[in-house]
Design a protein around this ligand. Structure first.
Ligand SMILES: C[S@@+](CC[C@H](N)C(=O)[O-])C[C@H]1O[C@@H](n2cnc3c(N)ncnc32)[C@H](O)[C@@H]1O
Length: 367
């Protein structure tokens, strides 16, 4: 007879059957604790590999089609001019982390490394890895942050230090998301939309919209010390002549009321926390024309946080390194949008794990 397709349901001593609080009869493995302990080392293994150029060196070796780009640790060490036994240890760690392939004592890129860890990878995260956790010293001081309710070195104290490299590093991924979002938001079908991009970073959303729609123009905002990232990226994508760069704090810069067709709040809300986010939603509302749309992208915490671990980790990063930043919940944001007056609220996922709320200011609205 065929086995049950759900063998786990045969177990009787499971929380689903006997309820919670639940404890197993046998002692649990220590693996989850070890996974956390190794997390610190794993992060630094990857940062070191990127700094040494391991992935790019392996790409170069694979440049000849048909020749497998597999090398020994000694060969790679000689190319990178580093200690061979030390490099071998690093390469083995990368292999067990599934970030390299190790076959018969030789190392090569696997698909993950080729796509995400080489500088020219199709979705390179090479620049993002070292900056994504924020200032590392804040992690060592996390217990104190939780005691006092404030990190010792909040990124707000020197925002350019954190945001400039972050804006550069996230640009490629966000541009992919913003370009794909056109399939659902259809900015390409608009005649001459006026876009307001608050906390634009490298302005991936503005760039995607301006490229999709020849008649579009954008007001691109970011902090004084960060705005030149957007000046450069918009120039590289040949849309700078349709941008007005309006530097300064997005809570206080001048914004013309009822003047924009699209307002973008792209990954700015989780550093703002609930109060700041609601103030930004209110600013967006005032800036939009009737029938204008707000696009609010972030890593939203799911109704049960464990459903989306990545958003919980991003929220944690905000808590560890910013004064006001906390995760913002999927339902919470929908409520704030509704309370502000927005309608037709929908959550889109233009590319995997990148989410955005799209909502509309109703036509009958006079403000
Ligand atoms: C995570 S990045 C997001 C960049 C871009 N919107 C995106 O979706 O990829 C956050 C950006 O908000 C900017 N920012 C943070 N606080 C700001 C403020 N008070 N006023 C204006 N910009 C701010 C940062 O400088 C940074 O470029």
């Amino acid at each position: 007879m065929a086995d049950s397709p759900y063998p786990e349901l045969k177990k009787s001593h499971v929380p689903e059957r006997v309820g919670r609080p639940w404890s197993d009869h046998k002692p649990p493995p220590s693996a989850p604790v070890w996974a956390v302990i190794s997390g610190l080392g794993s992060f630094h293994v990857l940062v070191a590999a990127l700094e040494l150029g391991v992935f790019d060196a392996l790409t170069k070796r694979g440049a000849n089609p048909g020749i497998p780009p597999q090398v020994t640790a000694a060969e790679l060490a000689s190319a990178l001019e580093v200690s061979a036994p030390h490099l071998e240890s690093l390469l083995d760690s990368l292999a067990v982390l599934n970030l390299l392939e190790r076959v018969g004592g030789c190392y090569g890129l696997n698909d993950t490394a080729a796509r995400y860890l080489t500088r020219d990878g199709a979705a390179s995260m090479a620049a993002l890895v070292p900056v994504a956790p924020g200032p590392l010293e804040n992690w060592s001081d996390l217990a104190n942050t939780i005691r006092s309710g404030r990190p010792a070195e909040p990124i707000e104290r020197n925002p350019a230090n954190f945001y400039r490299p972050l804006a550069e590093a996230t640009f490629t991924t966000m541009l992919r998301a913003a370009s794909r979002a056109d399939l659902q938001v259809r900015y390409s079908a608009m005649a001459a939309p006026r876009v307001l991009d608050l906390g634009a970073g490298g302005a991936p959303w503005s760039i995607a919209m301006l490229k999709a729609c020849r008649g579009a123009t954008a007001v691109v905002n970011d902090l004084d010390e960060v705005i030149d990232v957007a000046r450069r990226t918009t120039a590289e994508h040949c849309v700078a002549d349709r941008c007005e760069f309006r530097q300064g704090d997005f809570h206080t810069i001048q914004i013309e009321p009822a003047s924009y067709d699209i307002v973008v709040l792209g990954h700015v809300c989780r550093t703002e926390g609930p109060d700041g986010t609601q103030r930004l939603i209110a600013r967006a509302w005032e800036a939009l024309r009737p029938e204008g749309r707000l696009l609010l992208a972030d890593y939203f915490v799911a109704p049960e946080p464990q459903w989306n671990p990545h958003s919980v980790q991003m929220a944690m990063t905000m808590m560890a390194s910013t004064i006001n930043g906390f995760g913002i919940g999927t339902g919470q944001v929908a409520n704030w949008l509704r309370e502000a007056g927005f309608q037709a609220i929908r959550l889109i996922e233009p590319i995997g794990n990148q989410y955005a709320y799209v909502s509309t200011k109703p036509a009958t609205c006079t403000t």
